[in-house]
Design a protein around this ligand. Structure first.
Ligand code: OGA
Ligand code: MN
Length: 222
């Protein structure tokens, strides 16, 4: 990544007018979720996809589990995806996406009066026929996650491909979201139950959580 690209990305998000951020933040506060289409560029999606496919070929994805630490279990009847946890040091080729998460943290802290400190993220691959049953993203024994965010990598998603994300906002009707490439979905991790409907085609995303405490102390403080 050149300095120019780094700059462009930062400015790209920062240049979004203040009124736009305020609208987004208002919607998030009101609904507990926010959907932004075309949040990332084609170029960034393709960079991520390249990396995603390379890690898949190298067999770096593992079957996802449920629950933190000792409760970690694999239950195919609950979730069928495979994940590759990202590490800023190891996966430096994805610097742009890490910068984007940090910018998002800065902007949400500025406009939303939050004090987000860090993020954790993984690439997720749902093979054809898999799903993730209704759940909440906060583990019982660890409540460091404040916001969940998903950026979809499904370039040619169409009706019938399945794999929609369904959100269940408290006291409101469910919201069905097609996992369209470049789209960002943000929601409150401790409030919004959600599920991934069975997908009829392989489905990819970058999924992250914005954290109240730095990652390193998350496990200790719960
Ligand atoms: C998750 C999750 C939703 C999606 O990974 O916890 O709910 O649309 N993902 O991929
Ligand atoms: Mn989830």
């Amino acid at each position: 990544m050149t300095n120019f690209q780094r700059y462009y990305l930062k400015l790209g998000l920062k240049q979004i007018p203040e009124e736009q951020w305020i609208d987004w933040v208002d919607a998030l506060a009101e609904d507990d979720y926010l959907i932004i289409e075309n949040f990332i560029s084609d170029d960034l999606m393709h960079r991520i996809l390249n990396y995603f496919n390379r890690q898949r070929r190298k067999d770096q994805f593992e079957k996802a589990g449920i629950g933190a630490l000792q409760n970690h279990q694999i239950k195919r009847s609950i979730r069928g995806d495979e994940v590759y946890w990202l590490d800023e040091k190891v996966d430096s080729e994805l610097n742009l996406i890490f910068e984007l998460f940090r910018t998002l943290i800065d902007q949400l802290n500025a406009y939303c009066f939050l004090s987000l400190k860090d993020f954790e993220s993984h690439l997720a691959y749902y093979p054809k026929g898999t799903f993730y049953a209704r759940h909440l993203d906060q583990f019982k024994d660890r409540n460091n996650r404040l916001l969940s965010m998903i950026i979809y990598l499904n370039e040619k998603w169409e009706q019938g491909h399945g794999g929609e994300l369904v959100l269940y906002p408290i006291g409101k009707s469910k919201v069905i979201i097609p996992p369209k490439g470049k789209q960002l979905v943000l929601f409150k991790s401790d409030v919004i139950e959600h599920e991934v409907l069975p997908t009829n085609v392989p489905r990819g995303s970058v999924t992250g959580w914005l954290l109240k405490q730095p990652k390193s102390v998350g496990y200790l403080l719960g």
